[in-house]
Design a protein around this ligand. Structure first.
Ligand code: SF4
Ligand code: SF4
Length: 229
């Protein structure tokens, strides 16, 4: 059963209004209740709408894949705590996968981050930002590296001949590994740089999330998360 929920990917777009989020969630709850009751009472639950939703879901499948890779390996490597971070540790304590760690007395986002947006949505002082200017600059320079040419030169210098399929596959794997490693390194340098107040302010004010709306899932109260500590 397809179950679309409100998109919370606020690194990419402004958050929905709290009212819109609540309405969408309520509609989904009613649908889910009906589905689960049918399943429990009749042992099955069908809807003709699957024939409408399935082609749409297949059509957007590449976006889901992009979410997996870009969200996990690139967007999560551009989170930062602005200089007004209150050191409350809420982002560290409430990350479902333990991806935020304290380094140098500041939150640091590790590669474990799955880009679920919980920390950025619940930070009490709205101090967590997606550093778009860092993300765009690093992506531009890393993607401009001529990895394919280096690989082709290396193979030719060593008299290694591969059939085009293997060479293309090798090229993609090496490019992906090089990009990820360089992104990791760039994020580390970025993390060291934002220790300085004015650099931190620059990246904060050139972040779109600084100006975009955020929302907390209906039914969740910030104080409930705080009490967990
Ligand atoms: S939740 Fe916000 S204020 Fe608290 S430690 Fe994390 S970034 Fe800082
Ligand atoms: S976005 Fe989600 S997974 Fe990533 S650090 Fe924040 S809470 Fe953890």
């Amino acid at each position: 059963m397809p179950m679309d929920l409100p998109s919370n990917w606020i690194s990419i777009h402004p958050g929905l209004t709290q009212k819109a989020t609540e309405e969408i969630t309520l509609r989904r709850k009613i649908k889910f209740k009906k589905f689960s009751e049918n399943l429990l009472n009749k042992g099955k639950s069908y809807s003709y709408k699957v024939f409408l939703y399935l082609p749409v879901d297949l059509f957007v499948a590449p976006i889901s894949l992009m979410y997996l890779f870009v969200g996990r390996f690139i967007i999560a490597k551009s989170f930062m705590a602005a200089s007004d971070c209150g050191d409350c540790r809420l982002c560290i304590d409430n990350c479902p996968v333990g991806a935020v760690v304290m380094k140098d007395n500041r939150p640091y986002w590790s590669f474990k981050c799955e880009s679920c947006m919980r920390c950025i949505s619940t930070c009490p002082s709205k101090s967590i930002q997606t550093a778009h200017s860092f993300w765009i600059t690093a992506s531009y320079f890393i993607s401009a590296l001529p990895v394919s040419i280096w690989l082709a030169n290396f193979l030719s210098d060593n008299n290694i001949k591969l059939i085009p399929f293997f060479q293309n596959s090798l090229n993609r794997i090496i490019s992906a590994c090089a990009s990820l490693s360089l992104f990791y390194l760039a994020y580390w340098i970025f993390f060291l740089m934002i220790r300085y107040k004015y650099i931190n302010k620059f990246f904060e004010y050139t972040s779109l999330t600084r100006y975009w709306r955020r929302f907390i899932s209906p039914g969740i109260k910030l104080k409930d998360l705080m009490i967990k500590r």
